[in-house]
Design a protein around this ligand. Structure first.
Ligand code: NAD
Length: 364
């Protein structure tokens, strides 16, 4: 018998339930007012399990755009979508971001349900209610909050994920666990099992349960990302820059792993951390071990255009007009929001950090 469990998330709009299990999609009764938006790849890989009159959407970063939002809205209307329509989003983070945004503004807002199909969607993005849309190379620069009314995690979708897609999810789960506490990160490492790549549904299910229960702590305390939830942005300032500068050839989860390594190097360059801090070196070793499973991404980083990466980093939405905002490590290994003046000295340190990252990758 495979693991199954439930979680409830409290928001300012009420509660929603997260159900996790194996082959649970089939148990849900279809409602007359549902309109499905399904990732094109998932629709062909899992055709027998999904409705066949879904709106299909390619899950590509350059499709996470306002053009796609407008196309989806027109298709929903052509299907007769009204104010009582419930949108069902089926796919990874890209389909989730599009479904959240579309549901938030279609006829001023309709309900939506999410079926995450990637490990990243299952361990992280499925709760929290955020939408993020890109404008060209400016990653996640548009967005809002519109939580789903239900999340259904069917781990059977993981059977068709590649190793890289498993690594994507593990990096986000590692980030959440590390941001929560040292004990939580230790527990995560024990669930992953000595830096190997877990593929069994039971092992993945335990990682999903652990990661979501820790993320719940942050999003219920700080639903709108004004305080403690910012810690979950660890690695993301560098990650979004890497994604933009490589024209999204590096997947988001892998970029987050690389971004956490860069944030650790940047913290060291700023003199914020003690080099012998155990939790930081354990995190770095774990990331290096998982990066061995994604050789194509490593080759992209070796050719990274560092000045283009800085241009992309400057557009991160956490920065203020005169200050950069980073989530960095402190001397105890904990995460802290750090603001740095936008000076040429700090810009140079950021450039050195991207070079550090290329050196680390060379050694893997
Ligand atoms: P994705 O949506 O980018 O999809 C990646 C690839 O996996 C696509 O080719 C897709 O077709 C394929 N795929 C999806 N499910 C599959 C399955 N079961 N088997 C085989 N292939 C499958 O995936 P992602 O990594 O989950 O999402 C990354 C995106 O999520 C980024 O745009 C990121 O910014 C966003 N994100 C959003 C939040 C949030 O809170 N809104 C949080 C984290 C990440």
């Amino acid at each position: 018998m495979l693991n199954s469990f439930n979680l409830t998330i409290k928001t300012s709009h009420g509660k929603y339930n997260v159900k996790i299990g194996n082959k649970i999609i089939e148990e849900r009764n279809l409602q007359f007012n549902e309109i499905w938006i399904t990732d094109t790849n998932v629709a062909s890989l899992h055709a027998e399990r999904l409705v066949n009159d879904s709106i299909l959407q390619e899950a590509l970063e350059d499709k996470k755009s306002l053009d796609s939002v407008s196309n989806l809205i027109q298709k929903i209307r052509h299907k007769g979508g009204n104010r009582d329509t419930v949108i069902i989003g089926v796919g990874g983070g890209i389909i989730q971001d599009l479904s959240t945004f579309v549901a938030s503004c279609y006829m001023r807002g309709v309900d939506w349900v999410y079926y995450p199909t990637t490990l990243l969607g299952m361990v992280d993005s499925c709760i929290g209610g955020k939408s993020s849309i890109n404008a060209g190379k400016f990653k996640n620069i548009i967005g809002n909050f519109h939580p789903p009314i239900e999340v259904i995690i069917d781990t059977n979708f993981c059977t068709t994920l590649s190793n890289e897609q498993i690594v994507d999810g593990l990096f986000e789960a590692a980030k959440i666990s590390y941001a929560h506490s040292q004990n939580s990160f230790k527990k995560y490492l024990s669930l992953v099992g000595n830096h190997r790549l877990p593929r069994e549904e039971d092992a993945l299910s335990a990682i999903i349960e652990h990661s979501l229960s820790k993320k719940k702590f942050f999003i219920e305390k700080d639903e709108f990302d004004k305080g403690i939830r910012l810690k979950l942005n660890f690695g993301h300032t560098f990650a979004h820059a890497i994604e933009g500068a490589t024209s999204y050839k590096i997947s988001h989860g892998v970029a987050v792993g690389l971004g956490m390594l860069a944030a650790a190097k940047f913290s060291a360059r700023l003199g914020l951390i003690d080099k012998n801090q155990d939790s930081i070196s354990t995190l770095e070793n774990h990331i290096r071990a998982l990066l061995k499973y994604v050789p194509t991404a490593l080759a992209e980083i070796a050719a990274l255009d560092c000045s283009e990466a800085i241009n992309c980093l400057e557009s991160d939405k956490k920065h203020l007009s005169d200050h950069y905002t980073f989530v960095l490590l402190n001397h105890t290994g904990e995460l802290e929001k750090i603001q740095l003046e936008k000076s040429s000295a700090h810009k140079e340190l950021i450039l050195f950090t991207f070079n550090d990252l290329r050196r680390i990758i060379d050694e893997i």
